[in-house]
Design a protein around this ligand. Structure first.
Ligand code: KG4
Ligand code: ZN
Length: 327
């Protein structure tokens, strides 16, 4: 990524997916994940440099994810970026994975020029590991308004897909099935815990009980998926709109792997429009984990002179905000 006249310019963005490797196990196997990162990373970096037609010596800085995530996988990328930065005598930028997701809606945002700032907004981050509502007052200035008390939204999609015998990752599978089903068939609970927090484990249990009562669950798969997805969407949309009102934000953003879901994007768009709010979803290609969002966060950090120490370690439980009231 480079700082262009019109704004950040993405020169190359490559993702080496491990979905096929983990699918037979129904989820991510940490040992396989880190081994494959170690195998794939160097050729991937070389390919990205070739596509961008930029030699390593011309790069200004090297960014990598510090956390949260799987320790053994984080170590591979973090160490590689540190080594490259040390060899090239350039700054190293250690980035919070969640900040990458939070900023990703601005990657393609036209009015966001090179000189512009990240505008104040209410961010809904929905990934496999996190569900969060954040009041972002600008770059690096975040206040956590709500988060999931149990399963993350993506985790709920993956677990329910597993109950239904659908392959990993479950999110896209459920979305495809849901398109063929009727969301009003089953009335699954809309769990609304205190204030702006979320809870999805009761919904997962409700699906399990419903399945146990059906003679042939597969025959009802599309309706089950549509009803489950609608229950998740209703809660996410309701809390995001409430969060925007409480924080006094006019702009609402959506990011993280679950933001791939077209029904969610449409529901958020509709609700924001009705409330007179501006809605900005992360471009679909930057929804699931990618390097572009980390490079973008790195670019903004570099602009503020925030290079990281080479002694910085990975942190599998890194928080986006260290808030005394919500953890
Ligand atoms: O952000 P991400 O790539 O990784 C984490 O940081 O966790 O998110 C992955 C999650 C998985 O749980 C996956 O099932 C979910 O995003 N996901 C979806 C869809 N595509 C991916 N969930 C619902 N609908 C989708 N279309
Ligand atoms: Zn992620």
């Amino acid at each position: 990524m480079r700082r262009g006249v019109e704004g950040p310019e993405l020169l190359s963005s490559l993702v080496s997916s491990q979905v096929e490797i983990h699918r037979p196990y129904g989820g991510v196997v940490p040992e396989l994940a880190s081994r494959n990162h170690a195998l794939k990373l160097r050729p991937l970096v070389e390919q990205a440099l070739a596509e961008a037609a930029v030699p390593v010596s011309a790069l200004d800085a090297f960014a990598a994810t510090r956390g949260p995530g799987l320790a053994s996988s984080l170590l591979v990328g973090h160490s590689m970026a540190k080594a490259l930065a040390l060899a090239a005598r350039k700054p190293f930028l250690s980035i919070n994975h969640l900040e990458g997701h939070l900023l990703s809606p601005f990657l393609d945002f036209e009015p966001f020029g090179a000189q512009s700032e990240i505008p104040p907004h209410l961010a809904l981050i929905v990934s496999g590991g996190h569900t969060m509502l954040v009041h972002a007052r600008g770059f690096g200035d975040y206040r956590l308004l709500g988060r999931s008390l149990d399963d993350a939204a993506g985790e709920a999609f993956d677990k329910v897909a597993r109950l239904l015998g659908l392959p990993y990752p479950g999110g896209p599978e459920i979305e495809n099935q849901a398109r063929l089903g009727d969301p009003t068939t089953y009335r699954f609970p809309r769990s609304m815990p205190r204030q702006l927090d979320f809870s999805f484990s009761g919904l997962k249990t409700a699906v399990r009980y419903t399945l146990a009562k059906l003679d042939d669950p597969q025959a009802h798969c599309a309706d089950l998926c549509a009803s489950f997805q609608q229950a998740v969407l209703d809660v996410l949309v309701d809390k995001a709109v409430r969060g925007a009102r409480e924080a006094g934000c006019e702009l609402v953003t959506l990011s993280g792997g679950v933001s791939c879901n077209r029904a969610l994007r449409q529901a958020m768009d509709r609700a924001c429009h009705q409330e007179g709010l501006t809605f900005l979803a992360c471009p679909a290609r930057f929804s699931t984990d990618n390097a572009a969002m980390i490079a973008f966060a790195g670019l903004l950090k570099l602009k503020e002179g925030g290079a990281s120490s080479f002694r910085e370690d990975i942190d599998p439980n890194l928080a986006l905000v260290s808030s005394p009231d919500i953890q």
